[in-house]
Design a protein around this ligand. Structure first.
Ligand SMILES: [Zn+2]
Length: 320
């Protein structure tokens, strides 16, 4: 081999170098590292740390989270959807904002259709003390969903593989009555956004107990989203949780305003099954109870689903 390479004329070497560089660039752009428990843990430890004081809308604590989200958007080449990433709520008494990122679709026609991926990043601030602890860190609710959306943003930011346009949104003031999602849904409706689906992530920090699927969907029976999800995943990852219907979780998260205003499939994926977590809205909702391995698994299994939904030539997800 050495002998052979010595015989290559100079222009050929340059040519080889040129093609090698192209391969390297194309290779780097194609697939980013999969999500890992380490990466998830790092983000969760930031978002659910005591320093953020429970991320209550309108406080200094959630501002730290907003700055962090902005940094991650920028690192992953996510554009702001509006002039800046911050979309100030018009319906909140005080100052708080959704963080809204965007990747334009690469297909000249399909890019006019939008997929919205969302999770709320606010929480309730302080709660009834347990010992010295008064900070409701909101690790499961909903640093977990926020981290999921940020990991999806990292993936699509690197691949830019989406034919439809994707909006990545971290909502504020969910805990004040879905205010962030109401505000954004109205604003997007006013600009006549062509919304295809709104997929929301809530409380995905702990695996469900004894289920044959990884997550459940709220409003399961309203659409074929579970079927579409499972077919792109190549296995049953989304299913039905009777308790979710009993407690009408479909109406208790940020998918609801999109459903009401756009009447297109707007649903929440979750792994909170009413038996696997006793710290809902309590100070015990902490990272020490989260399963980062499970969370990375959720991200990695959801990526091909979002890719399938964003790239299918026709709109497959439909309300029944
Ligand atoms: Zn909550």
């Amino acid at each position: 081999m050495l002998f052979l390479s010595l015989k290559i004329a100079k222009p050929d070497i340059m040519k080889c170098f040129f093609y090698a560089m192209i391969l390297l660039i194309v290779g780097c752009k194609s697939v980013p590292e999969p999500s890992t428990s380490e990466r998830i843990g790092e983000m969760m430890n930031y978002l659910a740390s005591d320093e953020l004081n429970g991320r209550e809308a309108g406080t200094a604590g959630i501002e730290i989270a907003a700055n962090y989200i902005e940094t991650i958007f920028k690192e992953n080449k996510i554009d702001p959807y509006f002039e800046t990433y911050r979309d100030t709520l018009s319906n909140f008494d005080g100052v708080t904002y959704n963080m809204v990122g965007f990747i334009e679709g690469k297909d000249k026609n399909l890019k006019k259709e939008f997929v919205v991926l969302g999770a709320h990043y606010d929480h309730i601030g302080k709660a009834a003390s347990v010992g010295e602890d008064t900070v409701a860190n909101g690790a499961n609710d909903n640093a977990s969903g926020s981290t999921t959306v940020l990991e999806l943003a990292r993936y699509f930011g690197h691949t830019k593989s989406n034919k439809r346009s994707i909006i990545f949104v971290l909502f504020s003031a969910e805990e004040k009555g879905l205010l962030g999602s109401k505000h954004l849904a109205e604003k997007l409706k006013d600009e006549n956004l062509n919304l295809y689906v709104m997929l929301n992530f809530e409380m995905v920090g702990v695996p469900m107990v004894e289920k044959d699927h990884l997550m459940y969907l709220t409003g399961y029976e309203l659409s074929n989203l579970a079927d579409v999800t499972n077919s792109y995943a190549g296995e049953k990852i989304a299913g039905f949780l009777p308790k979710a219907k009993e407690f009408n979780l479909f109406k208790r998260s940020d998918n609801l305003p999109f459903h009401e205003l756009f009447n297109v499939p707007s649903q929440t994926y979750s792994t909170f099954d009413f038996t696997n977590f006793d710290h809902y809205h309590k100070v015990g909702d902490e990272n020490s109870l989260m399963d980062f391995e499970h969370m990375a698994n959720v991200v990695n299994k959801v990526i091909p689903v979002i890719e399938g939904i964003a790239n299918a030539p026709t709109q497959e997800v439909k309300y029944n």
